[in-house]
Design a protein. Structure first.
Length: 767
């Protein structure tokens, strides 16, 4: 009787659940097919880009082979059209019809493929047309999409020549090596190198034996406790700067880019770029007289330099600093030098602390308030930015200065509103993708339970169970994931053009950079986050013994590591909610607002740094060894096909995550995987060339295409135009305000020193 009653009461709900899933699946299929039909109509009308987007969108509802094949077909067709456009433009270029060649290439950009190649050749066209600024903007796009460090370095040297119009000297091998050493260190300032040198402070040297009434000023401001910018809310991590543990000031483990530049000074004596870099080193090490001399020499060598106006402004600022009264001036100049180093190394909290001290020492020196206002505005700290701009306005009576301050004051609230709107749009997109990638169907994706999710694998590839176990997450149809990541990028580019150090936008942007296989760019975003007392975070599967397998948000802070568990998986991959929900959004708080309170009632695992015995990249995962336990962290792969054979590509992807443990908690003994091929892998490559080539092509280039033109000057300006229209603000004034903000946020980046003569050879392939 009991069994009969059980059958009576249990079967109807089971049947109802099956019926519900069938209904959901039919609805998803119906929506997908409607989008497919729309895509076919667009394809028939020759609107291939729009058709590709619709086919990809349909894959977000249900994965149909027809849609996947259509996307692949259109990708190939669009690539062929771009290739034909490049060939057509080359004939025009060779015939010196540069304007017509540029138009053909710009038309081809609408195909949304082969972006870096098109941008590079466009840079050549505009260089030939004498439009150096446009040429530099297009070259920036090519650099952003460079597929290898070697290519990026070559294009960056070319960018220096475009900026300075210098003629690179012919160098011997030893000189090239010296310059190459400097260029590498200059690229890694703050993450492997510093700008401090041993030449000392020119004022400290002049006052080696000061009177008792005038205490000496140190050559560099001593290391200080980071300042909260802004103050953290409940649950925010303790403030830390990325290199606190790694650096001990002069004599620390970081190599000095400025010391390397001194070694290469003779080899690059005639280089305008090297002269500019020497000025940077002098300014950042509190030698303003020397900095002014080098900057004036730079303008003599490059009177038509693209950054001549900025250099002239720097000279004026240094002259104003030199005019400050002796004792106060010495201290303020030392603080400015320290702030400059901090900005170069992306430790923005320290820069704010230095400028704040300088404002206290010289309250009537308007320049300090201006820089503080721009930095706080860049963070999105509207009220603090307003306070600084108002004080600047009170101090500086110059009408033009007050006009500049008034413009910033007038648009602060409108900028905040627009920034929040863009971040919100991007957050919705990114949250949806990560929920799908972790199969969190209980987290707002209930209708997806009708579609079977596959553990980290790609259709068409044979992956054994052990290999599949190494891949993180569940597959999201790649064309859909890339389309959605690109959409999120569009919103975030707009947000970052408004507040370039905004924590919320940088939190999302860092995740996208990791999916685009651009670990360098991810570090830039993470540094902005770390400067605001927030944890650096990403998503992984945490795996251990006894079938421990859980998706988690990993948060790295100065003194601990936290894993916020978002679910647990059974053997079939079905996700069960955690005992305590992972924050408001179920993702452990995808976006953390700096000033907002944050509850920490998670189901989590927190580790002190002393608990961690070893971290290393191994088999495409991050191996975390504790005293008596070991976990594997498998990063999620959304924007590219995970490589099926492991190897250097897989290790490079995982190394981007391992480096975060080095940079932020300071776990310097972490071991990276080899980014080249092992002897065995070279043998395997000969056995399986086709498969390896497919992994590299579909994984590397496809992922980079998501963001190939992001955060270039040209791209930002184009996005700004749309923002201006929505806010009804004068575009010219907005563009000027953006440049003012960039000047203080970016500081004065080193210029790679060119080692080869400039060649303007049109190319069919960028490599």
């Amino acid at each position: 009787a009991g069994l009969i009653l059980f059958a009576v009461f249990a079967c109807p709900p089971m049947l109802a659940a099956d019926d519900l899933q069938k209904t959901q699946k039919k609805e998803l299929e119906s929506t997908a097919k409607a989008l497919m039909n729309e895509a076919k109509s667009l394809e028939g009308s020759g609107k291939l880009v729009e058709a590709r987007l619709k086919y990809a969108e349909s894959l977000g509802y249900i994965e149909l082979n027809d849609a996947t094949q259509a996307v692949n077909r259109l990708n190939k067709e669009l690539h062929n059209q771009a290739k034909n456009a490049v060939q057509k433009a080359q004939k025009l270029y060779d015939a010196a019809q540069f304007r017509e060649a540029a138009q053909a290439l710009e038309d081809a950009q609408q195909l949304q493929t082969s972006g870096p190649l098109l941008s590079y050749n466009l840079a050549l066209c505009y260089r030939q047309l004498g439009d150096s600024q446009m040429a530099a903007d297009y070259l920036d796009q090519a650099i952003a999409g460079a597929s290898t460090p070697k290519l990026r370095a070559r294009l960056s040297q070319m960018r220096t020549v475009f900026t300075t119009a210098e003629t690179p000297a012919t160098l011997n091998d030893n000189a090239k090596k010296q310059i190459g050493d400097f260029d590498h260190l200059a690229e890694t300032v703050g993450n492997g190198s510093s700008v401090e040198d041993e030449l000392g402070d020119e004022e400290a040297a002049a006052e080696a034996d000061p009177p008792a009434s005038q205490p000496s000023v140190p050559a560099a401001v001593p290391a200080k406790a980071p300042v909260a910018v802004p103050a953290p809310g409940r649950g925010a991590s303790a403030s830390f700067s990325p290199t606190d543990k790694a650096r001990g000031g002069k004599g620390g483990r970081f190599a000095s880019a400025c010391a390397a530049l001194q070694s290469a000074k003779d080899a690059a004596a005639a280089s305008a770029g090297a002269t500019f870099n020497l000025a940077n080193c002098a300014e950042n090490n509190n030698r303003p007289d020397e900095a002014v001399r080098f900057l004036r020499r730079y303008l003599e060598l490059s009177p038509k330099a693209l950054d001549a106006a900025r250099v002239t402004q720097r000279i004026a600022e240094l002259e104003a600093l030199r005019a400050l009264p002796s004792q106060t001036g010495s201290q303020v100049r030392a603080l400015y030098a320290s702030a400059g180093r901090s900005i170069e190394e992306r430790q923005y909290d320290r820069a704010v602390a230095d400028f704040t001290k300088a404002a206290g020492l010289a309250p009537d020196f308007a320049l300090t308030r201006w820089k503080l206002g721009l930095l706080q505005e860049a963070f999105g700290n509207v009220e603090e930015a307003r306070r600084q701009f108002l004080q600047y306005r009170e101090i500086d009576a110059d009408p033009e200065a007050q006009k500049r301050a008034d413009f910033h004051l007038e648009i602060l609230d409108a900028k905040r509103e627009k920034y929040d709107a863009e971040v919100s749009e991007a957050e919705d997109v990114v949250a949806d993708l990560f929920n799908r990638a972790m199969n969190l169907t209980f987290n707002g994706l209930e209708e997806r339970s009708a579609v079977r999710a596959h553990r980290g694998r790609k259709k068409g590839h044979d992956i054994d169970k052990n290999r599949a176990k190494q891949l993180g997450g569940f597959t999201v149809p790649l064309p859909y994931a890339q389309q959605r990541l690109a959409l999120a990028c569009q919103h975030l580019v707009a947000a970052l053009s408004i507040f370039p150090l905004g924590a919320e936008a940088n939190e999302l942007m860092a995740l996208i950079y990791l999916q685009a296989l651009d670990g360098r760019a991810a570090l830039r975003s993470y540094d902005a986050i770390a400067s605001q007392n927030l944890p650096v975070s990403f998503y992984v599967e945490v795996r251990g013994r006894h079938d421990f397998d859980r998706p988690a948000k990993c948060e790295l802070s100065r003194d601990h590591i936290r894993f916020i568990f978002l679910a647990s998986y059974d053997k079939k991959g079905f996700a069960k909610p955690p005992a305590r929900k992972g924050g408001e959004d179920g993702l452990g708080d995808l976006v953390i607002e700096p000033l907002a309170p944050r509850a920490l009632n998670f189901e989590d695992m927190e580790l002190g740094l002393a608990d961690v015995k070893k971290i290393e990249t191994k088999n495409g995962q991050i191996l975390l060894k504790l005293q008596h336990e070991e976990f594997a962290l498998a990063p999620l792969a959304l924007g590219f096909y995970p490589p099926t054979q492991g190897g250097p590509f897989s290790r490079r992807f995982s190394n981007d995550y391992t480096r975060l443990f080095v940079r932020y908690p300071g776990l310097e003994d972490s071991k990276l995987g080899a980014e080249g091929m092992t002897g065995y892998e070279k043998f395997q490559l000969g056995m399986n060339i086709a498969q390896s080539a497919m992994d590299i092509a579909m994984g590397g280039m496809g992922a980079m295409a998501i963001i190939q033109d992001i955060q270039t000057v040209r791209h930002v300006i184009k996005r700004l135009q749309k923002t201006m229209n929505s806010l009804k603000i004068n575009y010219g004034a907005w563009e000027r305000s953006v440049n003012e903000q960039q000047d203080v946020v970016l500081g004065n980046p080193f210029k790679p020193i060119p080692t080869e003569p400039l060649r303007l050879d049109y190319v069919q392939e960028l490599k």
